[in-house]
Design a protein around this ligand. Structure first.
Ligand code: IVH
Length: 707
């Protein structure tokens, strides 16, 4: 990528026609690439401010050379075309974007422009609404006769993606509106987003599960909404604010404020900070008030949106190519501060990826102390020519992971030398290489340690992934315990977990209950929790293997497709031969891409991986996955089994419960919905009774599941 320096370059006023033509072509390419990363991959590479600057430059050149405006001009497009995976839907009315205002002057000019357009004088009142600009993603919710029939993302503004099943999992969005007066059809538009607390919790869980964490709440919301499996979306706490509408059989009001009142009446959340202003100064006051409230809102906003209140005026003002004339977004400046780069730390991930992290002199950015910043990869460091000791401008983009936006080269200490990215793994010393993509012939941006299982960082990360929440989910065995057991030499491979007591003994160590931090009870509970997971679901088993490109959803797809572990493994074994029928079947699965198929082949071709799997299968028997039944009375419930079961094994009971959409937990709390107590049940049963949680016998359980 030609990347971040692109706003620099020849001043627009000094350009010849030829230079302008070339620059417009370059900008069109570059903006399209950024759009794709933002809209399709949920993984923007540059800050919003840098992106806005690119668009502004494009616009300035087009304004000076109108004859050169390209057919694919970024000014004519909104976002990117939808990604594969979801059905495409054409919006009944296009979903547009907003123009930006960056300072008070721009807002005054907006007001003046509207007055000119409508032929109003300075004395006329042009009331406008002011409300936060939510940093999420916009969706259109289509209702027919009051029922939600379709929900679509914005996509390129003309065509979006059908995310109805996922939207239905958002509790704040009404599925049915019982008001007789509700227009038919009616499309409610608004923003889906994730709050800060929910985002932090999700990332912690993702990290624990060895899964990709999200750079900011916006990406987390987008990633959650674009899950192919709505069951996953349902676990993600998404929220919604309504602020606009699309196709409408009729309108319940004549003003923007009236429309928002109607939304509220129908049960849609409307931002409480929305207010009506009669003069520009009031709008600017609202902007400052909202800016002050920003840090305490608990969700990201990136500006204030002003809209002409009278709908007849909105109608008259109409639209330009990609935005309405009656609305504008007054953006907040990105929060920045200067700090000093003290060091660059290289972290080694589960797949061996070496990720550089900037260690900064602590600095407060927008009320939060920043010590670390992401540096992405080695090219990024080289592009910025970052050197230890440099003064750097730090920005909190989307208010979450800080980034270094600029190096203040004029404040560079004498003798600072360019950073040399290690060519060996800092943990195990193995070569670290950038793989060449066979298709493009280009080196991967990520440098990876080639040490595999001899690299203790990779081993530990893989073990953490193995026991994580969406994999084996062993209660009492988290990040800390994995590190401890690894350090003591007790657990080196996943199978060791299932022979924990023997491994401890073999190492000549004291029994677990005598270790610091483990009492008799917690040691016993841990062994029980491990035993309980010997019958883990096949989907979790596959996910736990930590194969590249095989996330939770793909693992579930594989488990559903192959049914049993034996069938899965023999198919995988066979499909390492690209000519085999098994390989053909694998790539034919809807949802298995080229990357996943070749990662599977690579994994199962490797003898030591097969050895790990075989060793593991001596100790665990993955249970086949049954289709989850969301209609069942157990869907969404949390169950605890205690005591002994006589009619089925624990593992079977658990798999059955999960197939009926329930979650099985090892301990009773106020969140428990039902306890199934067999003979010998003790403390868990008592606790359930004291909490008023319903307790049933195994026979009662049988009745429930065979209904
Ligand atoms: S009004 C026709 N109001 O900002 C214009 N948009 O940059 C309809 N957004 O696509 C949009 N908060 O995703 C509007 N209070 C708000 C908003 C808002 C966030 C987003 C929306 C829009 C984008 C434009």
């Amino acid at each position: 990528m030609s990347g971040k320096s692109s706003v620099r370059g020849l001043p627009v006023e000094a350009m010849s026609e030829d230079e302008a033509r070339r620059e417009l072509a370059r900008l069109a390419r570059e903006i399209a690439a950024h759009d794709e990363r933002y809209y399709q991959d949920d993984d923007p590479e540059i800050s919003d401010a840098a992106y806005d600057a690119l668009r502004a430059r494009n616009e300035a050149i087009e304004a000076r050379f109108p004859a050169l405006v390209r057919a694919d001009s970024p000014g004519r497009k909104v976002g990117a075309a939808p990604a594969g995976g979801f059905e495409k839907v054409r919006h009944a009315a296009p979903m547009l974007s907003l123009d930006n205002a960056f300072d008070d002057e721009d807002v005054r000019e907006f007001d003046a422009r509207i007055r000119r357009f409508l032929g109003l004088g300075a004395g006329d009142v042009v009331a406008m609404t002011a409300e936060p600009k939510i940093d999420g993603l916009s969706v259109s919710l289509r209702y027919k006769r009051g029922a939600l029939v379709m929900a679509a993302t914005r996509g390129d503004g003309i065509e979006g993606e059908n995310v109805t099943a996922n939207i239905r999992t958002i509790k704040e969005i009404p599925l049915e509106i019982l008001d007789e007066e509700f227009p038919d059809p009616f499309e409610v538009r608004g923003e889906v987003f994730m709050g800060h607390a929910e985002f932090t919790a999700l990332n912690a869980a993702q990290e624990q599960g060895g899964q990709k964490t999200f750079a900011n709440p916006r990406n987390a919301a987008a990633g959650s909404l674009r899950q192919l499996d709505p069951a996953i979306t349902a676990t993600r706490p998404l929220r919604f604010f309504a602020y606009a509408w699309g196709e409408a059989g009729s309108l319940p009001a004549t003003t923007q404020t009236g429309m928002c009142e109607a939304f509220k009446g129908w049960g849609f959340p409307v931002n409480p900070l929305l207010r009506r202003c009669e003069r520009v100064d009031e709008m600017l006051d609202a902007y400052r008030d909202i800016a002050r409230a920003r840090a305490g809102l608990g969700y990201d906003i990136d500006g204030v949106v002003y809209k002409v209140d009278r709908l007849d005026w909105q109608q008259r003002l109409g639209f330009r190519s990609r935005s309405p004339r009656w609305a504008i977004a007054h953006k907040f400046p990105a929060e920045r501060a200067v700090s000093i780069l003290r060091d660059i730390e290289i972290q080694v991930g589960r797949t061996g990826a070496l990720t550089p992290v900037a260690k900064l002199e602590p600095v407060t950015v927008g009320g939060v102390v920043v010590r670390n910043a992401t540096l992405h990869n080695e090219d990024e460091i080289a592009r910025k020519d970052l050197r230890i000791g440099d003064h750097v401008v730090v920005q909190r983009a989307g208010d979450v992971i800080p980034q270094i936006v600029e190096v203040l080269a004029d404040r560079r200490p004498a003798g600072a030398t360019p950073y040399r990215f290690p060519k060996t793994c800092p943990v195990c010393g193995s070569h670290a290489v950038r793989e060449i993509n066979p298709k493009t012939g280009k080196a991967d941006v990520v440098r990876r340690c080639t040490g595999g299982l001899i690299c203790s960082a990779q081993v530990v990360e893989r073990l953490k992934h193995f026991v994580s929440r969406n994999a084996f989910d062993i209660e009492g065995l988290g990040t800390r315990q994995v590190e401890l057991f690894h350090e003591k030499g007790v657990v080196r491979s996943p199978a060791d977990i299932f022979h924990l007591a023997e491994r401890i003994k073999a190492k000549g160590l004291a029994p677990l209950e005598e270790w610091e931090g483990f009492g008799e009870v917690s040691a016993r509970n841990l062994f029980a929790a491990i035993d309980e997971r010997r019958g883990v679901g096949l989907d979790r088993f596959i996910f736990a293997l930590g194969i590249r490109h095989i996330g939770e959803t793909t693992a579930r797809l594989l488990a559903r497709t192959y049914g049993s572990c034996d069938v899965f493994l023999s198919a995988m074994h066979e499909s390492t031969d690209p000519q085999s029928a098994a390989h053909g079947e694998l790539v034919a699965i809807d949802g298995i891409g080229e990357a996943a198929a070749s990662a599977l082949a690579e994994f199962f071709r490797e003898p030591h991986n097969m050895a790990v799997v075989e060793e593991l299968l001596q100790a665990v028997r993955p249970a086949p996955l049954e289709a989850a039944d969301t209609q069942s009375p157990l869907a969404g419930k949390t169950l605890v089994f205690t005591g002994s079961l006589e009619r089925m094994t624990r593992a079977e009971a658990k798999a059955k419960a999960e197939s009926l959409g329930a979650k099985v937990s090892g301990s009773v709390s106020s969140k428990t919905d039902l306890v199934i107590a067999g003979p010998g049940a003790g403390s868990k049963r008592k606790k359930a009774e004291s909490l008023g949680v319903r307790v049933i016998s195994e026979d009662g359980w049988f009745d429930l599941i065979t209904r």
